[in-house]
Design a protein around this ligand. Structure first.
Ligand SMILES: [Zn+2]
Length: 60
């Protein structure tokens, strides 16, 4: 699993991030959260995530 450096979305096989079309990935990330309803989630607001999906909390 790797995380998009741009938006922190976690991906398994994808070579291009489906959220931001970024191609810069890292496998050095810490924490993971699953966002279901970003508009209702305090975690999503705290981490500035605005889309549902699985995200790393921090990427290096
Ligand atoms: Zn991305």
């Amino acid at each position: 699993m790797h995380a998009c450096r741009n938006c922190r979305m976690l991906l398994t096989e994808e070579k291009v991030c489906p959220k931001c079309q970024g191609t810069d990935f890292t496998d050095k990330f810490s924490g993971e959260i699953i966002i279901l309803s970003p508009e209702k989630s305090e975690i999503a607001q705290f981490t500035e995530i605005n889309a549902p999906g699985k995200f790393a909390i921090k990427v290096k």
